[in-house]
Design a protein around this ligand. Structure first.
Ligand code: ATP
Length: 224
């Protein structure tokens, strides 16, 4: 999926999306406006490296992300991690995106993360190499304040050295800085949605109707 040459900063949004919900969608939409991104590329994880096996297949999670994002011209979906059928790690994913037939070396890439995912960064494979490949933008998430005192020391040092207040500076270099952005606070999680569905309760208004219809038609979450 090559991007337009010279396109503006591109948001990269990885996740398990088991299932995708309005918290994810607002994060991506508000990142575009708040950070001045040209677009967001959604990358569902094939086999998430840091958590147990998702309850549904990678192809089903990909299908849900496609349904949820289809009507937004600023969103694109990258199926490569799902098709690779091996553990997904972000650094190799970004190295793939840096290839000449993808985004190339110069386009600013901005890895979008909720504050919970950011705090867990030191557990990621080769996490400090992320900054050679992309900027990071951390979205506020209810229940997960970005509090330097409670971050792992190496990550807090990273924040102090790399944090930039002005998103405008994001387009001045391809990688290396940390930004944060406030988004509409939505205390929605895929864990909560799965729990509702397995109890036979309604998840309406937490995720798009077309995703709920797909879940129902495919009998994705037991008991639903
Ligand atoms: P689970 O509950 O299964 O852990 P999740 O709802 O956190 O799932 P993921 O697919 O793990 O969803 O998250 C992908 C990314 O979206 C992560 O960076 C996460 O921090 C972020 N995110 C998820 N939900 C929200 C939300 N409600 N507000 C802000 N960020 C969110």
């Amino acid at each position: 999926m090559p991007d337009r040459p010279g396109g503006g900063p591109l948001g990269i949004f990885g996740g398990t999306f088991d299932p995708v919900h309005f918290g994810h969608l607002r994060l991506a939409e508000e990142a575009i406006d708040g950070l001045g991104l040209a677009a967001v590329r959604w990358i569902p994880a094939g086999q998430p490296a840091l958590r147990g096996a998702p309850q549904v297949t990678a192809r089903q999670r990909l299908a849900m992300v496609r349904l949820a994002t289809a009507d937004n011209p600023r969103f694109a979906v990258d199926a490569a991690e799902v098709e690779a059928a091996r553990a997904s790690y972000t650094v190799p994913t970004l190295e793939r995106l840096r290839q000449a037939d993808q985004c190339g070396a110069q386009r600013p890439l901005v890895l979008l993360l909720g504050a919970d995912a950011f705090a867990a960064l030191p557990g990621w494979h080769r996490w400090s190499s992320l900054f050679d490949l992309a900027h990071l933008a951390v979205a506020h998430r209810p229940g997960f304040p970005v509090d330097l005192a409670s971050l792992p020391a190496a990550l807090a040092d990273c924040w102090r050295g790399r944090f930039r207040v002005q998103p405008a500076s994001l387009s001045e270099s391809p990688a290396g800085s940390i930004f944060s952005f406030a988004m509409t606070q939505l205390a929605i999680s895929a864990t909560e949605i799965r729990a509702l569905l397995t109890q036979g309760r309604s998840a309406r208004y937490l995720l798009p109707e077309q995703v709920i219809a797909y879940i129902r038609d495919e009998h994705l979450y037991p008991e639903y």
